[in-house]
Design a protein around this ligand. Structure first.
Ligand code: GLY
Ligand code: MN
Ligand code: MN
Length: 430
C-alpha cells in the first residue's frame, strides 16, 4: 500500500458498531473484490471492496471476513480468512499479509488461511440461525459482472437453504455514511493531495495545452503524495466539452478564451475526494464567464448552508433548484414564461442544471448512505451546482467536500482550495 498505516482502532470500532446492529445468533460475511482480467495474463489494478475494507482494513484480494458476535467459541466472533502466504509466494507475487500483520492491520485475532474456510464456516453456520449477505444496493449500481460476493451468495443459498437470510447493505449504508474522526483525517488528506494537484495546474495551464497534459500533471502530483491516483475517472473538459457531463476523453486542445472544467479528485487510502473547479485557459475570465461563474458560486454558498443536521435531502435539492432558478433568471437564460410553462417533474432550471447538487462521499465517490433519512453530523457530502450553456460553449460547476457539523455551517475539507474567480486569475498570472 502507498498510504501509511491506519490505526486498527478504526476498524475495531466499525466492527463493534456493525455487530451491535445484528440479530441474535446471526453471522455476517464480507468478501474481497476479484482482480479483474483484461486479456492474456493482464489484469486491472486491484481495488478492494469498500465494505470489507471498512470493517477490517484488509486491502488484499481473496480475503473473507466473518463477524459472528454470538459465537459460543469466543475465537470465532471475528475471523479473517486470507490467502496463504509463504516465502515462495513472497518471491513471485510480493508480500501478502502474515497472520500477525493481519492482526496489526485489523485488530482481528483469529486469522485462518483461505483453504480452511469451508470447514470452519460449516462449524459456524451450524451454530448460526441467520446469515447477513452483502448485496450491492447502491441505487446507481449497474453491472453485468458477477462479483466474488455474488458467487459466494449463490453458493451459500445453495448449501444452507434452511438458514434465514438477512441484508447487510442497509446496516452498512447507515454506518458508513457517518464518518469516524480517523476517516475524516484520511478524507482531509485526500483533499489536501487534490489541492496540491490543482495548485500545480494554475501555473501550468496556458493556451494550446492539451487536456491529457493536464491529466498527466495531476496524476504526477497525486502519485508523489502516496495516492494511488484519481478517485474516479477525471473530467478535464475545455470549452463546450464541459457541457457533456460525463466527458472523460480528455483529448482536446484547450483554446485561448475557453474555460476548462476540472472534475478531478485524488484518492487516499481508498477514500475519495471530489473536486470541481473551472479555470480560464488564458488566465482571465471574460465578463460573461465570470458572471456565470459567480452565479454558480452564489448557489453553492447558499446551498452548503443547508447541509445541517435534520435536513432531508429531497427538500434540500428542491431548495437548491429555487436558488438556481433565481440565478438563471438574472443571467437571462430562462424567463418567467419558461417557469410558468414548466412541467412539474422537469422545472425550467433543469435545462441548464440537470444533475443533483450533492451526494454522500467516502470510501466510494458516490458513497452509500440513507437518502430518505434526515442528515446527521459527521456525514460528508459534496456540494456541486453547475450551469451548462452549450450555445455559449461554456460549462461551469464548482464542487467542494463538506462535513456536516453538530451546529452551524458544514466544515469544508476543501476550504484551502482557491475558489474565487479573482484568486484563480491572480494565481494563474503570478
Ligand atoms: N466526479 C463525480 C461527481 O462529481 O459526482
Ligand atoms: Mn466531481
Ligand atoms: Mn461529486
Amino acid at each position: 500500500m502507498k498510504y501509511t498505516h491506519i490505526k486498527s482502532d478504526l476498524f475495531s470500532h466499525n466492527r463493534k458498531q456493525f455487530s451491535d446492529l445484528l440479530a441474535p445468533k446471526a453471522l455476517a460475511v464480507f468478501n474481497s473484490n476479484d482482480i479483474y482480467p483484461i486479456s492474456a495474463d493482464g489484469t486491472m489494478p486491484f481495488q478492494q471492496h469498500r465494505d470489507i475494507f471498512y470493517l477490517s482494513g484488509v486491502d488484499q484480494e481473496e480475503s473473507i471476513l466473518v463477524i459472528f458476535p454470538d459465537s459460543v467459541n469466543s475465537a470465532h466472533r471475528e475471523v479473517l480468512f486470507l490467502k496463504e502466504t509463504s516465502d515462495l509466494i513472497a518471491v513471485w507475487e510480493g508480500e501478502k499479509l502474515s497472520k500477525n500483520q493481519a492482526f496489526e492491520v485489523s485488530g482481528i485475532k483469529t486469522v485462518y488461511w483461505l483453504q480452511q474456510f469451508p470447514t470452519i464456516f460449516k462449524q459456524m453456520m451450524a451454530e448460526a440461525e441467520s446469515i447477513y449477505l452483502n448485496t450491492n444496493e447502491h441505487l446507481r449500481a449497474s453491472t453485468e459482472v458477477e462479483t466474488r460476493e455474488d458467487r459466494f451468495i449463490k453458493q451459500v443459498k445453495q448449501d444452507y437453504p434452511a438458514h434465514q437470510v438477512r441484508k447487510s447493505a442497509p446496516l452498512m449504508h447507515k454506518l458508513r455514511s457517518v464518518k469516524h474522526s480517523i476517516e475524516l483525517e484520511l478524507m482531509q488528506q485526500a483533499c489536501n493531495i487534490t489541492e496540491k494537484g490543482f495548485r500545480r495546474l494554475l501555473s501550468f495551464v496556458r493556451p494550446s495545452v492539451w487536456e491529457y497534459e493536464i491529466e498527466a500533471e495531476l496524476a504526477h502530483e497525486f502519485l508523489r503524495n502516496r495516492s494511488k491516483g484519481f478517485a474516479y475517472t477525471p473530467i478535464i473538459a475545455s470549452g463546450k466539452n464541459a457541457c457533456v457531463l460525463h466527458y472523460i476523453e480528455n483529448n482536446k486542445q484547450c483554446l485561448d478564451g475557453d474555460v476548462i472544467l476540472l472534475d478531478v479528485g485524488a484518492e487516499y487510502a481508498n477514500y475519495s475526494s471530489d473536486l470541481t473547479r473551472c479555470i480560464p485557459v488564458n488566465g482571465r475570465f471574460t465578463a460573461r464567464q465570470k458572471q456565470v461563474y459567480n452565479a454558480v458560486l452564489h448557489v453553492k454558498r447558499e446551498a452548503e448552508k443547508l447541509l445541517v443536521p435534520g435536513t432531508i435531502l429531497a427538500d434540500y435539492h428542491k431548495e437548491v433548484g429555487r436558488l438556481m432558478e433565481g440565478q438563471l433568471l438574472q443571467l437571462g437564460l430562462i424567463d418567467q414564461t419558461d417557469i410558468k410553462n414548466q412541467a412539474a417533474d422537469w422545472p425550467a432550471y433543469k435545462k441548464y442544471f440537470m444533475h443533483g447538487t450533492s451526494h454522500f462521499l467516502g470510501l466510494d465517490t458516490h458513497d452509500v448512505g440513507l437518502w430518505h433519512e434526515p442528515i446527521k453530523s459527521g456525514m460528508v457530502f459534496t456540494c456541486e451546482p453547475g450551469i451548462y450553456i452549450p450555445e455559449e460553449g461554456l460549462g461551469i460547476r464548482i464542487e467542494d467536500d463538506l462535513v456536516v457539523q453538530d451546529v452551524g455551517a458544514p466544515f469544508n475539507l476543501m476550504g484551502n482550495i482557491p475558489i474565487e474567480a479573482e484568486e484563480i486569475e491572480e494565481l494563474m498570472n503570478a
